[in-house]
Design a protein. Structure first.
Length: 343
């Protein structure tokens, strides 16, 4: 066992003697970045469930919305993006935010000629979990051209993915019915490094997207993420919140809140210091007024004090004001001449 030096070191420090050897720093470590406590997340979710229960109407509703979605709202000091971004960002989370126990269906859009009959048969044999439909661009132009067909397609599937080479053409092919909702298609890679379509790559990409949270970085300071159902296991929510918080570690966040669609937001993180010393500029000093002032000499002040009446004192000060006004006019004429020469 190594010799114990802790007591000698501490004693030597008290007496002011020179200390040799290793000194253990016992000061508490300061937590850097964003730190969210698990208990804060659990408490917020519990209160939101209570709020949801209190909002239930006495009469039965036509649609049951017990599976209320939980949202994570982030407010930042700086913009999440300095320019307009169209491509969604994918963040892997420990637990899927989708309800996979019920029938969860994924639809994939591909380019024309990318999948032939043989490849389609291989995909069916692979039996990729949750992959329910593959639609080509020509089918979108034909069978799904009408608004009603697109609306039906949008409601039929839970998640839409697209080959990344087709993603820029989809707004025109799918229209507003898709891009005004949260079901906008997400880009995925379908080819290997050798530029060959791969069934294995397709399966991996579908699995990755199901187990991720997606967002489009806004040119603003507010961002909302969908965490899935508030009824999912509480530990799953905590793990996902921590994973997302770590993703935004470098973003100067002010607050993080959890909320339901219509509920108030409950904060789980509030920054102690919103701005650093570098963000705060130096205070501007007021500009000096260089306009000539009426200043009397000691002799002139003495004359004013010795003046027998106000008229005599006013005449002394008046002579000084004339000199000051003469200086002002001279300065104005000089400035006017300079401006004319510049023109």
């Amino acid at each position: 066992m190594p010799p114990k030096k802790t007591k000698k070191t501490a004693g030597a420090a008290k007496k002011g003697k020179k200390v040799t050897g290793t000194v253990v720093n016992t000061e508490p470590k300061v937590q850097k970045g964003v730190f969210v406590k698990d208990v804060a997340v659990k408490k917020a979710v519990s209160e939101l469930i209570k709020w949801k229960e209190s909002q239930k109407p006495d009469k039965p509703q036509l649609f049951d919305d017990d599976d209320a979605s939980l949202y994570m709202q982030l407010t930042s000091v700086k913009f999440f993006s300095k320019k307009q971004v169209l491509k969604p960002t994918t963040v892997a989370v420990p637990h899927p935010v989708h309800d996979l126990e019920n029938e969860f269906k994924v639809c994939v859009f591909v380019k024309d000629g990318q999948i032939d009959a043989d490849t389609l048969e291989k995909i069916e044999q692979e039996n990729i979990p949750h992959l329910a439909k593959i639609i080509s661009a020509s089918e979108l132009k034909g069978a799904y051209k009408s608004y009603e067909a697109r609306r039906k397609l949008q409601k039929e599937y839970d998640l839409f993915l697209s080959d990344e080479s087709l993603i820029t053409a989809l707004p025109k092919l799918l229209g507003k019915i898709f891009y005004s909702t949260s079901k906008l298609p997400l880009p995925i890679r379908l080819k290997t490094k050798e530029n060959v379509f791969s069934v294995t790559t397709l399966a991996n990409q579908v699995s990755k997207m199901i187990n991720s949270v997606h967002y489009v970085a806004p040119m603003g300071v507010n961002l909302t993420l969908n965490l899935g159902s508030v009824r999912q296991p509480l530990d799953n929510i905590v793990d996902n919140v921590q994973a997302l918080t770590q993703h935004f570690e470098k973003q100067p966040l002010k607050t993080i809140q959890l909320k339901l669609l219509e509920s108030p937001g409950l904060p789980i993180y509030i920054a102690e210091h919103i701005f650093s010393e570098q963000d705060v500029g130096e205070e501007e000093k007021p500009a000096k007024d260089e306009t000539p002032e009426v200043r009397l000499t000691k002799f002139e002040k003495g004359l004013v004090e010795l003046a027998l009446d106000e008229d005599q004192a006013r005449s002394i000060v008046g002579r000084k004001e004339k000199k000051v006004n003469k200086l002002k006019r001279g300065k104005e004429n000089q400035n006017g001449g300079d401006s004319k020469r510049r023109k």
